[in-house]
Design a protein around this ligand. Sequence first.
Ligand code: 4AD
Ligand code: MG
Length: 465
Amino acid sequence: QVESIDTLLKSSQREGDTTRVQGWIRTRRDSKAGLSFLAVHDGSCFDPIQVVVESNVNNYQSEVLRLTTGCAVDIEGTIKASEGKGQAIELLATSVTVVGWVEDPDTYPMSPKRHTMEHLREHAHLRPRTNVSGAVARVRNAIAQAIHRFFHERGFNYIHTPIITASDCEGAGEMFRVSTLDQTNLPLTDKGEVDYSQDFFGEETFLTVSGQLNVESYCLALSKVYTFGPTFRAENSNTTRHLAEFWMVEPEIAFADLADCANLAEEMLKYVFKAVLTERPDDMAFFAERIDKEAISRLENIIDNDFARINYCEAIEILEKCGEKFEFPVSWGIDLASEHERYLAEKHFKKPVIVLNYPKDIKAFYMRVNDDGKTVAAMDILAPGIGEIIGGSQREERLDKLDARMDEMDIPKEHLDWYRDLRRYGTVPHGGFGLGFDRIVSYVTGMGNIRDVIPFPRTPRNVKF
Ligand code: 4AD
Ligand code: MG
């Protein structure tokens, strides 16, 4: 019976029992007394298990003494109280089977020393074996599971929205193209023109930048929904918070206004942070020790305090009066730059801040126009250390207002007639938001670069794995 190292380390009062584990060698140390200590990890938890191998194990000389970091092993042994500090138990091996050797230990890129993040990125296929990438993967999973649980407990339905699309939700023109219209192989119509209806899709198609428009249609039927999937942006930004392919969580609620969206977002973030602290204390302790001193305390503070909430115009006033030298000048109407967002969250409020009601000219076409005619019911949540982690809004549910916005912004209506139908047939106030999933993982772990919290990052000129 094979046991995960996590269950083994968590179980107590089992000294003398036999068990079997499978995993990879992290280190081997030989003592003068003629026995070896193996640290074996299987990724189920942060810690490896210490395995003591005595020289009477039959392949001790021939194989155990040749084990190096990265070798895969299958071990049977007896559970013993550990004399060393740290772990309560260790395993005294009765058999060690080598499942996979490391062919050339000198070239193994994950040798047990400390590696730079750049080095790990160059070996993204092997980095999950390291402490840091293993911890990130488990925390990432815990966050994803907590998000699903949060929505499930509140009666939300999880909707799978499409990846291939013909419409640009955010209107920023940052879409990766999937297909162009076939110009060469199509038959001609009676009039002698290319018959595009015979093209694969009959339209130009792209990878989606957001599942929002599609999820709105399910919201206006199932009331509380969310989508959680990969999204794509062809923005050529080489920063520590942008990916060309990232994961987004997008809830959408009916009969709801902007304040309802902000409340939902705040409640969700607190729920997720609490879950990570209770479910992954081992990994979080590692992040606090090695990556970011405040990894744990930051989350604890957030759970116990309200987020700040301000209107965009107040944010502008704060930035104008603060005396800080910004690279980008501040005045009403600007889109907040990363430096402004970070000033508000890090220096001014020192906690997450929800900025509400932005000027309509810097926001997407679907956001609900406020009575002042100048602003829209938008919200961004800014967090210390990272800036925007959530962007959302109340949607424009009035067809005449939506059409006026689309005209103003030169958005062709033909691709979005179905979206406009939602305003023709039983429209209701509704709204939602998008959480940048990878950004929340950066935030929780304190990892400074978003490329190190997604298994295989896609960024400009980087798609090796
Ligand atoms: O603010 P954004 O563009 O909003 C939307 O896409 C809306 N349709 C969401 C909605 O209301 N349903 O993106 C939402 C979040 C941002 O706050 C940010 O955290 C993240 O997605 N994000 C990115 N994360 C990583 N790399 C990128 N290139 C990102 N672009 C946005
Ligand atoms: Mg945004």
